[in-house]
Each structure stands twice: as C-alpha cells, then as structure tokens.
Design a protein around this ligand. Structure first.
Ligand code: 5AD
Length: 463
C-alpha cells in the first residue's frame, strides 16, 4: 500500500517541488508510480495563480474523494499553493481529503504519510485530516533531492529561491509562497555538481524572482549581483553545458546580467522576461516598477549582447482599467520585441489581492477577445521566427526519444524544440542539426556533419 502518484498543476516550481517530494518519499521506501490508476496514495500538488487552476484541482480532488470513500486504504492529499491559500477551508468542499500540506512543509510529507499509514495499520481511527500550512524557517533549503529515473536525465530544474516580496497587485504568490528566501550559493552549486556527475547537461535555476536571488542576505559588493555571481559559479561546473533560469524580473535585469551573456557562453540565446503589459498606466496599476521603455531597453541590451537572442514572456490581458489603447500598447510591444513565445493570461480575480477590489473590472467577453487577438499576433510571430530557421544548422542538446519514441527530441540554444532522426545513444550530447521544417513551436531537421555551418557563433563547444 505504498505506491504514490503525484499529479502536478501549475508552474515549474511546482514540478520541482513534486520531484523533491517524490525523491524524499522514495528514500523512505515508497514507490513512485507513473499511473494514477495504480496508486494507493494520490497527492495533488496544486496551483492558485488563477481561479481556473484552483477549480481544476478542486474538481479532481472531488472526483478522487469518491474513490477515497469506497476504499478506506486509499490516501488523498492536497499539497502546495492551493493548500496554502485555502488551508482547512478546503475540507468544507472536500471532507474526505486526508492531508493538506502547504508550500513550506513539503519535506514533512513522508512523516505525515508514515504516521497516517501506521495509524491505519494499527486500526486507530484517524478522524481528522492533517492540515499543515505554517511558516517554516529554512524551508527553501529542503527542495534539493532528485530522483534517479530509469533513463538518463539530461535537463534538471534546481530551486534557488522561494517566495516573493514584489507585491504585484494581481498576484496571489506572496500569499501562497511567503516571503522571499534564497538558498546558499554553495548548496546550489553542490546540487548542480551532483546532477552533472549523474549525466545532467542543462540546469534551469528556478525562483519566483531569480534576479533578486541573495539580495536580502548576501554581501553586496560594487560588482556583480549575487545572482550573476551564482551564474558564474554554476557556469564553472564541468559537465553542465547549458544554464537557463526562470523567472527574472525586469526591475532586477541590470547591466551586469546582460553582460553575463557576453561572458558566459553556457547561457543560451533565450530569456523568459515577464512583461505583463505594454502600457505604463497598467504597469503602474499592477505595481510593476518599470516602464515599457525600460523593458525595451533591456531587450535591446540583450540583443546587443547576443544578436540571436530569443525572448518569451508572460502577459495578462484585461487587468482592471485596461482600455483598448492600453491593450494596443501591449500588442505593439509584442511586435517590437518579436517574441518567440508568450503565455497570455486573461486576468483572474484573486481574493485578497489589491486588484480584486479595483474599479473598472474588464468584462469577460473583452478579456476573451483581447486574449484571442494577442494569441493570433504571437502565433504569427512564432511561426515567422521558426520558419526563418529553416536551412540553418542549430546546436541541439539531445534530451531523448520524442513523444512517438521513433525520433529524437532536444532543444536549440534558444530553447526551441527540435525533432529529428538519430540513435538513442545521443541523449545528453550536443549535436548539429540542419533545420528542414518548422511549425509554430517545433523545428524538424536532420543530423548535420560535425561542425557543419553552425549559426551560433557563441557556441562554446567544439562539435
Ligand atoms: N490573473 C491572470 N494571470 C495571472 N498571473 C499571475 N496572477 C494572475 C492573475 N491574477 C500570471 C502572470 C504571471 C504568471 C505566472 O501568471 O502573468 O507572470
């Protein structure tokens, strides 16, 4: 009765938290299973960032509650952001849930499950759900374990920071993730070294606002910021070939970070830089402390450091008070930046955030039509940028078989997915691929002879 399945909703931080919980559970003797139909313990690691995400997880938990009622041995848990946001209140809707564990208590999940199972085995009736949503000092340091899978893992997420102090007026994250806390750089470097020793070639450093990494608690010199110093240390690790990070905040994107792209070739030609809106009035109302012009200046600075730089972003449409003119500014900003990809979100009211009580909430039809209009602009731009790569040779880090299992998949330095034919033993290798076809988000190609016409002059690796 120890087979656990963890279903994850939401962002990469949540995925990383789930991985760490899985690794901790496995170290305790639990079995992590890929199918939820085969599990004895189902843990839903949830997201609260938009109402739809919460409703999805609540719907799933309600559905699984009937299994819980039928099978007294089954364990159902809700972890993460929605557990933190709603706490014991979830039990009103979901009285059969056994476990509600917030974002600072993931590392306690093995103990809670051990206790629950021991009590059940001893026949002790467990009347009440375990609800744990407290603050825990140092909890950011507990997300560090990785599970070794059967296949080779080429790319890994590494959590460097938890929480957020920015207080964007739309956002629930300061409430679900708590104050900003960074892990010590030495711990992060050690984790990356261990991953490299296991064959990982690409690390993505994760945090709510990675550009603020270490600002609160590390020595501030005149030179590079703690985040850039961390990048330098990870860059020096043999075996790590690529470094990505998400998400930076435009406010913290200074010259030293742009310069890092000139100095550190393992940083690919891609930055995910959330803009949220192209209108200064909306940015102000969102409490985003930068202007459209400052954002564009950062984009120009990065294109200066790496001409092939690709950008992706997060955008909210229909923020309270957003006019047609404001929206038009967002649209023209998208054209100006020429994004490879963007996540577009319709503004979702989050109870307790300042924007929830702002006047001029935008009707849903307007939010929807702006959403569609922007998606169309972005789709056309992505396709154009994809097609421009046809005929070029790209350096691809091979991740393994594609969805069909028949071909290989990997990513370019600019984070574009590429599908091509080749032997499975190439997983973890950097190979040149000549691009022959392109869809909005995926490139198709064929292995090129070693060193053939790579279009990436900053490429650090001789092929
Ligand atoms: N409504 C819609 N989108 C939101 N995001 C955060 N809060 C909200 C909200 N209330 C989006 C932002 C953020 C991304 C992770 O989710 O664009 O960058």
């Amino acid at each position: 009765m120890n087979r656990v399945h963890i279903k994850t909703y939401g962002c990469q931080m949540n995925e990383r938290d789930s991985e760490a919980v899985a690794a901790m559970l496995r170290a305790r003797g639990y079995r992590i299973v890929a199918s939820e139909d085969d599990c004895d313990i189902l843990l839903l690691n949830t997201c609260s960032v938009r109402d739809a995400a919460e409703q999805k997880a609540i719907g799933k938990a309600a559905h699984e509650s009937s299994r819980r009622r039928r099978d007294p041995d089954f364990v159902l848990g809700i972890l993460g952001c929605m557990a933190q946001n709603r706490g014991a209140g979830l039990l009103d809707r979901l009285p059969d849930v056994d476990l509600i564990v917030g974002t600072q208590k993931f590392h306690r999940v093995p103990d809670y499950l051990d206790n629950l199972r021991a009590a059940r085995e001893a026949g002790v009736p467990v009347a009440e759900a375990i609800v744990e949503t407290g603050v825990e000092e140092g909890s950011q340091n507990t997300i560090r374990d990785h599970m070794e899978g059967p296949g080779r893992q080429v790319c890994a997420f590494v959590s460097i920071q938890q929480g957020c102090d920015m207080n964007c007026t739309f956002c629930i994250v300061p409430r679900t993730r708590g104050d900003e806390r960074s892990r010590p750089a030495g711990d992060i470097v050690l984790e990356c070294e261990e991953l490299a020793a296991r064959g990982v070639r690409e690390v993505t450093l994760l945090g709510q606002i990675v550009t603020s990494y270490g600002r609160r608690d590390q020595r501030q010199g005149d030179g590079a910021s703690p985040f850039v110093r961390l990048l330098e240390r990870v860059h020096a690790i043999p075996g790590i070939e690529r470094i990505r990070f998400t998400s930076p905040h435009p406010r913290g994107f200074r010259r030293d970070l742009a310069d890092a792209y000139s100095r550190l070739p393992k940083l690919g030609e891609h930055v995910h830089l959330p803009v949220q809106s192209g209108s200064d009035a909306v940015l102000r109302a969102m409490n985003r402390p930068y202007s459209r012009e400052r954002y564009l200046e950062i984009v120009r600075m990065l294109k200066g450091a790496r001409p092939a730089m690709a950008f992706s972003t997060d955008i909210i449409v229909g923020f309270p008070g957003e006019t047609d003119e404001d929206f038009e500014r967002t649209r023209t900003l998208c054209e100006e930046v020429d994004y490879d990809m963007a996540y577009v979100f319709k503004y979702s009211v989050r109870t307790g955030t300042p924007a929830a009580s702002m006047p001029d909430q935008v009707p849903d039809e307007v939010r929807e039509s702006r959403n569609q209009a922007l998606l169309e602009v972005l789709r056309a731009g992505s396709l154009r940028r994809s097609r421009a790569l046809v005929g070029t040779v790209q350096e691809v880090l091979v991740e393994g078989p594609d969805k069909t299992g028949l071909r290989l998949t990997g990513r370019t330095r600019a984070n574009r997915a590429v599908v091509f034919d080749g032997p499975g033993r190439l997983a973890g290798e950097l190979v040149p691929v000549e691009i022959a076809g392109a869809s909005v988000s995926t490139l198709y190609g064929a292995l090129a002879p070693a060193g053939a016409g790579l279009q990436t002059p900053a490429c650090p690796v001789s092929l």
